[in-house]
Design a protein around this ligand. Structure first.
Ligand SMILES: Nc1ncnc2c1ncn2[C@@H]1O[C@H](COP(=O)(O)OP(=O)(O)O)[C@@H](O)[C@H]1O
Ligand SMILES: [Mg+2]
Length: 301
């Protein structure tokens, strides 16, 4: 037996949030101190004698491990500083679940899709470009598309376009505002998708998300419904998790007439909806894995 884990951190944009408060309670039940910090509110210093990375009165450089619930969005500079801060903590030897490098891959929808494709996983045909003319060419090829923010979540800010004139106006507005255009073929899925939750190397729960329209995210009002975790779903979700290098994730899968297609692999997946339809104690499984990562290191180097 090694020495017990004494003091760990949870990086969260919502310290009082449903998921964060449950993770923190479970860690404290195990007699470890838990520092909940919003990475946006850290102060980082170079030189001098004060702690190098501080949140309120806490010195984050002496944590034994960090569980990343979510890194808040912001301007490009802010996000880069927040990610740099996590990278610096990791470089001091602090184990992470999920690792900053994996979070960077997962928040970028293009980067994720490319890695999935390279791993042989079916993904929707997608064109990513900075110019309206190229986006319009992709629209003509796919005919019915979903235009997504590169770094979005919860279905916010994404739109379905099937009219040529609207496509032209949308892309021109994107170009004028210097947005990257992520243009993806729309795949019919009957207003339902599948979310598979993976922890470590195990997929252990799945749910249908039933929407009232094509956006099937819980944030857009979709309802969770239990779904049998077949070995096909489990294997697919694990391959996605490994391709990105995440320790825990929710994988979004569409059932289409081309078979199962993956649209997204999330680095800060919530599980409030999933917990309603599964008996597995998700929080316990997450913290078990977190402590394993601290003791034995992450599976992903
Ligand atoms: N190519 C697509 N065709 C049809 N529906 C899609 C497509 N991509 C996404 N969706 C729908 O939109 C939802 C959100 O898309 P997703 O790529 O997972 O982004 P987010 O990060 O916002 O969750 C998906 O759960 C799915 O219901
Ligand atoms: Mg999603």
């Amino acid at each position: 037996m090694g020495k017990p884990i004494q003091r760990v951190g949870v990086a969260s944009a919502e310290p009082e949030g449903w998921e964060t408060s449950r993770i923190v309670a479970d860690i404290r039940k195990r007699n470890a101190e838990c520092v909940v910090f919003d990475v946006a509110e850290t102060v980082v210093r170079v030189g001098g004698t004060q702690p190098r990375i501080q949140y309120k009165k806490e010195d984050l450089t002496t944590l034994e491990g960090v569980f990343t619930r979510a890194v808040p969005g912001g301007s490009l500079e802010q996000v880069i500083l927040r990610m740099d801060t996590l990278h610096c903590l990791e470089r001091l030897g602090i184990p992470f679940m999920n690792r900053p490098h994996a979070i960077e891959k997962a928040v970028d929808k293009y980067y994720t899709l490319r890695l999935l494709e390279q791993a042989g996983i079916p993904v929707p045909r997608t064109t990513v470009t900075q110019y309206a003319r190229d986006a319009l060419r992709a629209f003509r090829r796919y005919k019915d598309v979903v235009v997504k923010p590169l770094f979005g979540s919860g279905g916010v800010g994404m739109t379905r376009v099937s009219d040529h004139e609207i496509a032209r106006r949308v892309f021109r507005a994107h170009e004028a505002n210097r947005y990257v255009m992520y243009v993806q073929e729309f795949l019919e899925h009957g207003n339902r998708d599948i979310r598979v939750f993976v922890i470590g190397e195990e997929a252990f729960a799945a749910m249908y998300r039933i929407g009232s329209d094509w956006k099937t995210t819980i944030r857009q009002g979709a309802q969770p419904k239990s779904c049998k975790l077949t070995s096909e779903l489990a294997e697919l979700a694990i391959r996605c998790t490994k391709a990105i290098g995440l320790e825990y994730t929710g994988v979004d899968i569409l059932e289409t007439n081309q078979g199962l297609v993956v649209t997204e692999v999330n680095s800060s997946s919530g599980w409030q909806g999933l917990q309603k339809v599964t008996k597995v104690d998700i929080v316990k499984r997450l913290v078990d894995r977190f402590f394993e990562v601290i003791i034995r290191g992450s599976s992903y180097r």
